[in-house]
Structures are given as structure tokens and as C-alpha cells.
Design a protein around this ligand. Structure first.
Ligand code: HEC
Length: 103
């Protein structure tokens, strides 16, 4: 009788991990660098200043989706549209990776 081999299981596990890493490909150091602009409005403490929402601790995929919504002008805020419009896919991924780690 053939058991599912440990090797095969290991392969599935590591393949899954590799995929995770690929999905979370945002470069956190780049994100930290880019974040200096953001935190002039979005406080680093995560607390709201003048109704500006906090962006710390968001799941990365949600963060990316929201930034793309501004970029594509589906979400209506001129300031954020301009800011997101200047950012490339890698920049947004990097920011998502960075802010997701902030409390
Ligand atoms: C000049 C001030 C300002 C700067 C700089 C700024 N933002 Fe914003 N941001 C805002 C405001 C105001 C909103 C709320 C807009 C709205 O109501 O849609 C917002 C909304 C957001 C949201 C959605 C938050 C939510 O709860 O829906 C995200 C994500 C975001 N900003 C990310 C960023 C990132 C990343 C940067 C830096 C690259 C940045 N912002 C720079 C003012 C700013």
C-alpha cells in the first residue's frame, strides 16, 4: 500500500510558503522609505488626525486594492488619487508590506 510520502507533503508545504512569499513580495525597506510622505498625514502612531484614517496594520491585499482604487480613480479623493497615481505597482506592494507591520 502506498502512503502519501513525506517528501510530497514537504513539497506541497514549501511550495505554499514560496507562493506566500511571492504574494507578499513588497519590499518593506522601500515601503518604509516611501512611507515618510504618507505619515505627514497618516500619523505614524496610527491615530487619526483631523479625520484622516489610520492605515497601519491593514492586510496587504486590502491595502493594495484601496491604493489601486485611488489610482484608477474609482475611489474619490483628489489628494490620494494624486499620491497613488505617482506610485508604481512595486511601490504600492512595498507600502502595503510596510504598513501591514505597523501597529
Ligand atoms: C496630504 C495628506 C495625505 C497624504 C500625504 C497621504 N494621504 Fe492617504 N489619505 C488622506 C486622506 C484625507 C484620506 C481619506 C480619503 C477618503 O476619504 O477617501 C486618505 C486615505 C488613504 C487610504 C484609505 C484609508 C481608508 O480607511 O479607507 C489609504 C490606504 C491611504 N490613504 C494610503 C496612503 C499612502 C500609502 C500614502 C503615502 C504614499 C498616503 N496615503 C499619503 C490623506 C493623505
Amino acid at each position: 500500500m502506498r502512503q502519501p510520502s513525506a517528501k510530497a507533503l514537504l513539497f506541497v508545504l514549501t511550495a505554499g510558503l514560496a507562493l506566500d512569499n511571492a504574494a507578499a513580495a513588497g519590499d518593506r525597506e522601500l515601503g518604509q522609505y516611501l512611507s515618510s510622505e504618507c505619515v505627514t498625514c497618516h500619523r505614524a502612531s496610527g491615530q487619526n488626525a483631523q479625520g484622516i484614517p489610520k492605515i497601519n496594520g491593514w492586510p496587504e491585499d486590502q491595502f493594495v486594492a484601496v491604493m489601486n482604487a485611488y489610482k484608477d480613480k474609482q475611489r474619490d479623493n483628489p489628494v490620494m488619487q494624486t499620491i497613488a497615481g505617482r506610485l508604481g505597482t512595486d511601490d504600492i506592494a512595498a507600502l502595503a508590506a510596510y504598513f501591514s507591520m505597523q501597529k
